[in-house]
Ligand binder design. Sequence first.
Ligand code: ATP
Length: 678
Amino acid sequence: MDIQYLKGVGPKIAKYLNSLGIYTIKDAIYYFPRDYEDRTNIKPIYLLKNDEMVSLIVEVVQIYPSRITKTGRTLNKILFKNETGYISGIWFNQSFIKNVFKIGERVFLYGKVTRQSGEFIMIDPQYEKDYEELPGINPIYSTNKHISQKLFRKIIRNALNYLDQEVEEIFPESIRKIYNLLDIKTALINIHFPANKEILEAAKYRLKFEELLIIQLGLFELKKKYSNNTTSYAMPVCKEMKELKEKLPFELTDAQRRVIREILTDMKKNKPMNRLLQGDVGSGKTIISVIALFNCAMNGYQGVLMAPTEILAEQHFTTISEILKYWNIKVALLVGSMSKKEKEDILKGIAQGDISIVVGTHALLQDKVEFKNLALVITDEQHRFGVRQRAALVNKGYNPHVLVMTATPIPRTLALFMYGDMDISIIDQLPPGRQKVETYFVRPNMREKVYEFVKKELDKGRQAYVICPLVEESEKLEAESVVEMAESLKNDLLKDYSIGILHGKMSSNEKDEIMRKFKQNEIKVLVSTTVVEVGVNVPNATIIVIENAERFGLAQLHQLRGRVGRGNFKSYCILIADAKTDEALERMKIMTKTNNGFEIAEKDLMIRGTGEFFGTKQHGLPELKIANIFKDIDILKVTRDLAKELIEKNSLYQEEYNKLNNKVNQLLDNIDDMISLN
Ligand SMILES: Nc1ncnc2c1ncn2[C@@H]1O[C@H](COP(=O)(O)OP(=O)(O)OP(=O)(O)O)[C@@H](O)[C@H]1O
């Protein structure tokens, strides 16, 4: 039912609730408190300590007239007492308070105690005159200034009257017994208005359990669906491998060698490889994919590499073609912006098996892309693809080997959760000669100096990136800001240098042309949106200026910074930020302190929670409402085992699991909806 019809809501408040993501009564029921205040601490006044949070039931003794303090604030004081002593309440700039209370009236107070020259006071305490249900543990909601905590609680109380209509138990009795789970209604009532601390914990447990179990059932279900048959292509290491390695333009690092060994060992088996390759920005993942694709082609099979952007797909295509030019292996590129004729030729080549290696974007996912014998699927930066998108590609072969490459370092616990039982390879070493990218955070009034510094680098023959502000949800505005920025730099701070622009609104050909010129050093400065964020590799670029850096998340800043420091030259990253919030400042500080992607990812998760990782934008899994991947490891493990067991035994198809199964299917449908095949 629509939230506006709930008692006490109406259209105006409904709007404010909508802005918090609450549209229906059910949404309200599932809008969990962000914290609680424990009003069960009732003590005699004479035993109170400084800074203690306490609840008191008191009587109004005296109401003093308002007075103005030295700093110009209005101060209102009210004296209360009970049988254990006297305490005053002080309120600033709330002169209406004197009319709220009547002498002799009994009220409930909650707040922090301060002792001032022997006197007990509470500054700005919360009060309730209608306190039958108090004191207890009260919920605190993330709300906005239009809805007070008091009103919010009232709304939630009213919403909970609809539990019978809105919510049903999805767990069979047997599961609830074994795992000691509260029934859903008791859990929901107590997550909002806990009767005591113990039942609050039990309610949290039940709801976290449900959340984690459903997601993991979904993941296992997907995995099962796409890999129920377990024989794959056994591909021994081809005899040309040695020669390939000799022809590489550099020596592989030890970490690269180890990872290659792991991958080639997997590919030898007739069981599909299912491996996640993690490596920080610039650690040299591309060459790993080339080697795997080469081995596949030499064994007479087809391999595919899917990248998240056309620029990156083209870059990979060029790299692969260059390295494999000594062999007679047909490599093709397939991206959405190609002409129909070009695409048709390539589709034909893929279907007939003439083309051994295909590099592309999501264009690869279309139904008309059919392979003759697809045996290896590699996705780059896969957190940008939905779970099912990867599966859709995998499904074009007959249990092909799968390698997922990501530059987003994912802490192990999270990786286990997101990638289930994938094997994990890590490149934990950068190629030799790399230096730490020196990172500075400056305020906007330093811009001129920043660009003076950029000029110095340019005069040494190096190149620069300038990243324009992120404009939420609007490619068009972003494009405008790139054009504007480039113009202003051309006219002023970087007058004598060739400047190119890059943004998402440009055609593929235009983008290519610019990237080609930048790579060949014909363009010195590339002003761009975050299209360059992933994977772009121009080792001669040594400085990146990020404008309005406060608008970017840590992971993204780290990715952007990874565009420099890719060669042997000393490199710099300059964050121009008008960081006002503590959180933004913290991000800037972390960036200046460390270059380590894993460290940054962990900090990022701590600051923002896991939401971003699961948000629709990046991964396609729903955001976690109550569970926390780091803190709830135990529940994660228990639910993982249970999910595995239920899937293995096909239990979800039994009658008693009907409702749980429906929930899992809903989740899978949502993931499906997020796939856009453009
Ligand atoms: N062992 C090595 N020795 C020297 N240079 C290397 C080595 N391995 C890779 N490189 C070079 O390092 C640069 C970065 O490699 P690559 O583009 O594969 O990084 P990446 O891991 O894909 O990073 P990102 O995630 O930022 O795209 C490239 O110029 C590549 O040629």
